[in-house]
Ligand binder design. Structure first.
Ligand SMILES: CC(C)(COP(=O)(O)OP(=O)(O)OC[C@H]1O[C@@H](n2cnc3c(N)ncnc32)[C@H](O)[C@@H]1OP(=O)(O)O)[C@@H](O)C(=O)NCCC(=O)NCCS
Length: 234
């Protein structure tokens, strides 16, 4: 299979048949500890665009008569924040062929259009990811390596110095979820992201996307353990 045979499409209809396959891929390739309920994800995508927040779901599908989902990506543009990638997943049979990287590029193009429609730029794309815990099996560790490989390939950096422990939205009883933050410069360059700006980016994400009171009662979920900086992914 070559990437030339793949089309990328934004899903805008809440009853688009491909959403059944997207849901399956979402629930079978992303661990429960990292997921939000499917209805939240699909609902945010099909919602009427809000002036200051545009959410997008983009699929990669093989060009055949019958829709054949290879992967998807979801993300938002928030006028008072910037670009955020929430989930990306590729069918295990289609991995290692550039679909994941192409989904990143498709999302960035879309978020840039959203930003430009509000007469703004897209300085960067931010996302978070859960590293494996010591009790996770080899599969989780291999997947983490694949993620890091993809993050590096798309030009992403790790935001070193800060760690966030997210609520576990699907199973609160299973405990909170440690997350690391990543950033890809888009309209700005890596050297534009100094410590203060990185701190504002992380805190803005937790306030505007996670809707946490990070300056108040949720403050203990965020831990700074070193000066914040963009670090190349090894
Ligand atoms: C992370 C993920 C999206 C990557 O998708 P992908 O389509 O394989 O990504 P790409 O092909 O663009 O890049 C993968 C890189 O890993 C490399 N790789 C090495 N071993 C691999 C393997 N066994 N399988 C897949 N990729 C492998 C590929 O060669 C490629 O690098 P290269 O272009 O330098 O050769 C995919 O593994 C996935 O869906 N994982 C489960 C869901 C997930 O963890 N999502 C991310 C957090 S929300």
């Amino acid at each position: 299979m070559r990437t030339a045979t793949i089309s990328f499409r934004e899903i805008v209809r809440p009853h688009d048949p491909v959403l059944t396959q997207v849901r399956w891929l979402y629930e079978h390739t992303i661990s429960a500890s990292e997921r939000i309920p499917w209805e939240w994800l699909s609902g945010s995508v099909s919602a009427m665009p809000w002036q200051l927040r545009r959410s997008h779901l983009i699929t990669a599908e093989r060009d055949t008569a019958r829709s054949n989902l290879l992967g998807f990506v979801t993300g938002s543009y928030l006028a008072r924040y910037g670009g955020y990638l929430s989930y990306v997943a590729v069918d295990p049979r289609a991995r290692g062929r550039g679909v994941g990287a192409a989904l990143y590029r498709a999302l960035i193009r879309r978020l840039r259009r959203s930003a430009n429609s509000l007469e703004r730029e897209l300085p960067c794309l931010v996302w978070d990811s859960r590293p494996p815990s010591p009790s996770d099996g080899p599969e989780a560790r291999v997947n983490w390596e694949r993620r890091l490989h993809l993050f590096k390939k798309v030009g992403g950096y790790w935001i070193e110095g800060i760690q966030f422990t997210s609520p576990n939205y699907l199973s609160p009883q299973a405990g909170d979820v440690p997350l690391e933050f990543f950033l890809k410069p888009v309209d700005d360059s890596a050297s534009d992201f100094n410590e203060g700006r990185l701190r504002r980016i992380v805190r803005g994400l937790l306030k505007q996307v996670y809707l946490l009171d990070i300056d108040g009662e949720d403050g203990e979920m965020l831990r700074e353990y070193a000066p914040l900086r963009l670090k190349r992914i090894a």
